[in-house]
Design a protein around this ligand. Sequence first.
Ligand code: ATP
Length: 315
Amino acid sequence: LGDPTATTLPAVANGSPGSKVSSKPSRMVQPSDFYFGKELGSGSWSTVMEASHVNTGKLYAVKILSKAQLIKLKKVKYATIEKDALVKLSGKHPGVVRMHAAFQDETSLYFVLDLATHGDLADLVKKHGSLSLRCARWYTAQIVDAILWVHSKGIVHRDMKPENVLLDDELRVKLADFGSAYMSTDGDLSPRASSFVGSAAYVSPELLDRSSKTTSSSSDIWAVGCTLYFMVAGTPAFAAINDYQSFRKIETLDYSFPDGFYDLAKNFVQKLVVLDPSDRLGVEPKSSPSQLRGHPLFTEPVDSVSPEEPAGMPI
Ligand code: ATP
């Protein structure tokens, strides 16, 4: 399962997160360096726990992956990809969750992450039913900024969905869960063969096409459009009774907007949730990241404040 010392970041190992990297070799981080608290969430082969660092008291989220489960479910590759992607991206963009250390013991792998105190975007939307346009715009702008930066580093997330958009104590976005990511060695993110990864309601049609099954950064752009739809409508665009039905709806672009869906958001969704990956807003060469950033959703004034806006939203 790899050498844990390779990703042991001295900031935590030395007991002072955020401090300058020491020139002295640091002791390896281990589970006994943390007091483990409540469970924050769980995924298909992991559990995420709140944990405080014994020496500093600083709070983290520690993602714990059972080695036995990873081996049984043949998911070791996913854990390695997640670690490698986070090592590459960590601490370089505010919109990507930071990994402070990674280590292992006999039973588990541990990723020490920034604690997202406001949970994930899916829970926030479920709590409020749906979000106001101002609020949905606030999150979408940050998601777009973060995902375009991830792409610029030669990585496609491939599992973009509201559950993987974490929110910190200032309700700022932190993209997480890079276990399905595609990492290019040469920065080339053009379409290439891929097996299905991701989540049914957010998977792009090109990944369902048996004859091509290609993925590219455009697949994340599709999912960003679906994520905005979810924030405004309160349900996924391609929700269905089972995954098979979701896939059929995705392949035929079978979705509709509920009454009252904001026009600016509708226009944004219609430009991203497009069957042909090369026709999506922001995707080169027909469009560009700056055209995506310049969509009227982000530039038009929006002054209505709805009661469902989360308290403390900083705009
Ligand atoms: P999946 O099966 O959906 O791919 P996973 O096994 O990769 O999930 P994560 O998505 O990384 O696991 O985490 C599961 C849940 O744990 C998240 O949806 C979120 O609610 C919570 N969580 C993950 N990381 C953090 C964090 N850094 N801070 C707070 N909560 C977190």
